[in-house]
Write a protein that binds this ligand. Sequence first.
Ligand SMILES: CC(C)(COP(=O)(O)OP(=O)(O)OC[C@H]1O[C@@H](n2cnc3c(N)ncnc32)[C@H](O)[C@@H]1OP(=O)(O)O)[C@@H](O)C(=O)NCCC(=O)NCCS
Length: 198
Amino acid sequence: MTAKTTQPTLSTERLLLRPLALADANTIQLLAGDREVADTTRLIPHPYPDGLAETWIASLQPRYEKGEGVSFGITLKDGPLIGSIGLLLNQVDHHGELGYWIGKAWWNQGICTEAAAAILGYAFETLELERVFANYFARNPASGRVMSKLGMKQEGILRRHRCKWGQYEDLIVCGILRGEHQSLNKARARKRSKKAAG
Ligand SMILES: CC(C)(COP(=O)(O)OP(=O)(O)OC[C@H]1O[C@@H](n2cnc3c(N)ncnc32)[C@H](O)[C@@H]1OP(=O)(O)O)[C@@H](O)C(=O)NCCC(=O)NCCS
C-alpha cells in the first residue's frame, strides 16, 4: 500500500463511487441527519450539527494521502448522492475496516451490497489488502445481511462493546480475506460463463 494523491472513482452497474466534495455537505447532512440512518452507525451524531459535514469532507483528502483511509460518495449514475462508503486503513497489518450508510429512501434495493462489492474489489486488487472487516450492531440485521451477501464471515461477537446513545450494544464482527475474495470471484465467473453457455 503506497501513498497516493488522486482518489479514483469506481463504477458499478448502477452506481458511481466518487470522492466527496464540499458541495456535497448539505446532502450529507440531510441524509445522514436522518435519525434512522444515524441510529445504527458508530459515529454519526443526531441531530447532525451544522458544519460537521464540511469538516468531515475536508478531512478526507489528507487522510487519503496519508494512506489512513478512503471514503467515497455513492451516487446513482447521473443521479444524486445517496450515501457514503469507505475503509479505515491499517498499513502495518494491511487490513481495512469497512463502513457505510445509505439514505433511507434507497434502502433495500441492493445499493449498499453493490457499492461494497466494488469497495472489496478496490481493497484487494488496488490497495492489495490482506483482509477487510466490518462490525455491526446485533440489532441491525440489514447490515449483517449486506456482509453475508458480500461473502464476509462472522468472526465473533463483542459483547456490550459500544455505548451508543447511552445503551451498551453487542457488536458482531465479520471479515473476508484476500484468498476468500479471489475464490468467490472465480466461482462467480464460472457461474456466469456456465449461464452464458446455456
Ligand atoms: C445497513 C444499510 C447500509 C443497508 O443498505 P441497503 O442498500 O438497504 O442494503 P442492501 O439493499 O444491499 O441489502 C440489505 C439486505 O438486508 C435485508 N434486510 C433489511 N431489513 C432487514 C431486517 N430487518 N432483517 C433482516 N434482513 C433485512 C434486505 O432484505 C436485504 O437483503 P436481500 O437482498 O437478501 O433481500 C442501510 O440500511 C443503512 O444505511 N442503515 C443505516 C446506517 C447503517 O446501519 N450503516 C451500517 C453500520 S454497520
